[in-house]
Design a protein around this ligand. Sequence first.
Ligand SMILES: NC(=O)c1ccc[n+]([C@@H]2O[C@H](COP(=O)([O-])OP(=O)(O)OC[C@H]3O[C@@H](n4cnc5c(N)ncnc54)[C@H](OP(=O)(O)O)[C@@H]3O)[C@@H](O)[C@H]2O)c1
Length: 335
Amino acid sequence: MERASPHRGPIRWAVAATGAIADRFAREFGAVADPGAELAAVGSRAPGTAQAFAARHGIGQAYGSYEALAAADIDAVYVANLAPFHCPLTKLFLEAGKHVLVEKPMALNEAEAAEMAEAAEANDRFLMEAMWMRFNPLHRQVAGLVASGAIGEVHRIQADFSIAVDFDPGHRLWSLEAGGGALLDLGIYPVSLAWWLLGEPSAVDHVVHVGPTGVDDDVSLLLGWETGAAAVLTTSIRSTGSTAARIDGAAGSIAIETRFHSAAAARLHTADGSTDLTAEASSLHWQVDEVNRCLREGLRQSPDHPNSTPRAMLARFDAIRADAGIRYPTEPPRP
Ligand SMILES: NC(=O)c1ccc[n+]([C@@H]2O[C@H](COP(=O)([O-])OP(=O)(O)OC[C@H]3O[C@@H](n4cnc5c(N)ncnc54)[C@H](OP(=O)(O)O)[C@@H]3O)[C@@H](O)[C@H]2O)c1
């Protein structure tokens, strides 16, 4: 990957939005390793919510519009808004010269993600999807074990992220307008795990159930690779599932505890017996460490989670949604 000038001096971060995940991000930001990184600002659609968030988290500057935040003296923005706003807000901040960490899904579809990646390149700024699981210590340990051959060649992956959410058309997961549905919001975790361990699949089959608001509320996926490996992945907002993951290889298996995407414990089974795997707790700050590391090294993408990964995944999701007849209101009608 090409390198730009390394970022020197303080890294002034801002959070754009004041919802549930923005709150968690602000709470966990204190554990960030880089002593020069600071959560300096928050932006929201309204001054009141920005000020309340700033007061809650001891943040110095509060901006009552995203445009005002884009004009502020900050270096990096965490876009924590709903999925339909990921593309326009990310472009707003990139074009204002800020680096961006954008919540998952990176965008509603591949075309938006491509626009975002182009804007990052055109403005010489860093851009990464906030696939935080990718940077949690336990998940890195598991991926390291798999890569080192601890369970032999991987043949099968099973992973589930299904949580029954009471039906409420206004809830973001049930709302097409909010970019809801199981696949983009929850299913992205099992897909990301399988993709991380085995790379892009050569085949993706799906069964999708569409709920009363038009979002996918139950999705089963079968991914296949040229090696013969397969992944059975399930996600739902109407069914309760195991929320666990299991990786089976020729010489052993690894079972990640529920909820697998944020777990801090797993179990390795081999012919030598079983070993508990433990790690430091999952947290949103690990991914910020990665962004800071990249900025300090002059990288404009993370080598561990380059933008090509969410783009390729969104292209698959586009095809699945097209087949199921699911279109978000901000997307152009399909021919
Ligand atoms: N909740 C989680 O545990 C979780 C975990 C991982 C990732 N995420 C991802 O994070 C993103 C946000 O999720 P969340 O749970 O934080 O949602 P949320 O609590 O509903 O908050 C989303 C924020 O989006 C803004 N917003 C809401 N409606 C809007 C509208 N009509 N126009 C413009 N802005 C609007 C609001 O910010 P302002 O009012 O401040 O402008 C709101 O605080 C999603 O992409 C989700 O997939 C969530």
